[in-house]
Design a binder for this molecule. Structure first.
Ligand code: TYM
Length: 333
């Protein structure tokens, strides 16, 4: 594991609030794996279990989903000799930093967060954890001195909050402590659509899980919502949900072939869905077996998490010591 300090730092997290889906994969995981595995970055990828507490209220469920998220990353090819894959809560320093940051942000500023506004529109019973979610996320990012944060478009505002909070701290204490991190949102996958055409999300139940059963996969793909065009009709691929999902898996050449099938006509939705299903089945070859094996042998994953949590913690502790001194929580002047 190289921790060379002249490498740029990559930080990214994923919430274990259910099984991971293709929105997570194409929006963030794939970038984390490719950039992390390249060895060009000092990479910290974590399972955001503290964040999951805002909605998950069952310890066993959280433990299981955390393991499933780790297994998903490994099955998809994350190289743990190049990327520090760990559990957010193994670095308790992030909660201490959150408390320090809480005293630099105002309530009106926090009330502008989209996630909070959406939740508040649905129910007034928003918990304080959800309200404070962006501050914990800023701590996750800033404690490791992140340069880039690969995410989907729905997280853009959170990275803006992290930048703002870094600036608030630096100005309040008149010190250049925190770098200003940048989001990395890949064009074409910033908002992966679900089977109903809205953004793919567990909360809309329109997602396709990476590692569900073959039957469930088939059910999901065959229920992709389409219009009433007949098989003979020419179809605009850019307005077609089956195409929009299918193209994510294809290289340029295969994409062109698929586009012309849609636009030439004579390509039924049934056939289009069956071909998408075959593509996803092919994508899962080898990965699904690996995922199931890892989940069944989760004690190995726990050892990995423990070891890597220690590595991430070491870095976070050094940062926190400086911060504790700056804000006046240590005895030494
Ligand atoms: P989460 O768990 O909701 O999603 C994980 C990642 O998947 C991306 N994503 C999508 N991208 C494109 N299209 C979609 N339909 C789609 N659905 C999900 C998300 O944008 C995200 O990148 N708050 C974060 C977790 C987190 C974090 C962090 C991320 C905690 N601390 C620090 C980066 C840095 C979240 O809930 O992601």
């Amino acid at each position: 594991m190289s921790n060379s300090s002249n490498k740029k730092v990559l930080v990214s997290g994923i919430k274990p609030t259910g099984r991971l889906h293709f929105g997570n994969y194409f929006g963030a995981m794939k970038q984390n794996i490719e950039l992390g595995n390249s060895g060009e970055y000092e990479s910290y990828v974590f399972i955001a279990d503290y964040h999951a507490l805002t909605t998950v209220k069952n310890g066993d469920e959280l433990r299981k989903q955390t393991i499933e998220a780790v297994a998903s990353y490994l099955a998809c090819g994350l190289d743990t000799t190049k990327v520090i894959l760990f559990k957010q809560s193994d670095v308790r320093e992030v909660t201490e930093l959150t408390w320090i940051f809480n005293n630099l942000v105002t309530v009106p500023y926090m009330m502008r967060a989209h996630a909070f506004k959406d939740q508040e529109a649905r129910s007034k019973d928003v918990n304080v954890g959800l309200f404070d979610y962006p501050v914990l996320m800023a701590s996750d990012i800033l404690i490791y001195d992140a340069d880039i944060v690969p995410v989907g478009a729905d997280q853009k505002q959170h990275i803006e909050y992290a930048r703002d909070i870094a600036g608030y701290y630096n100005r309040a204490y008149n010190i250049e402590e925190f770098k200003l991190p940048k989001e990395l949102i890949m064009a074409g996958v910033e908002n992966v659509p679900g089977i109903d055409g809205q953004k793919m999300s567990k909360s809309y139940n329109n997602h396709i899980e990476l590692f569900c059963s073959d039957d469930e996969l088939k059910k999901r793909v065959m229920s992709i919502v389409t219009d009433s065009a007949t098989p003979e009709d020419k179809k605009n691929p850019d307005e077609n949900n089956i195409y929009k999902i299918h193209k994510l898996f294809l290289n340029k050449e295969a994409d062109e072939v698929l586009r012309s099938k849609f636009s030439n006509g004579g390509y039924s939705y049934k056939e289009a869905k069956e071909e998408l299903l075959a593509t996803i089945m092919k994508w899962r070859e080898g990965k699904l077996e690996k995922y199931n094996h890892l989940v069944d042998n989760f004690s190995e994953l726990n050892s990995l998490l423990e070891k890597n949590g220690g590595v991430a913690c070491e870095k976070a502790k050094i940062k926190m010591e400086k911060i504790r001194k700056t804000v006046g929580l240590t005895n030494t002047f």
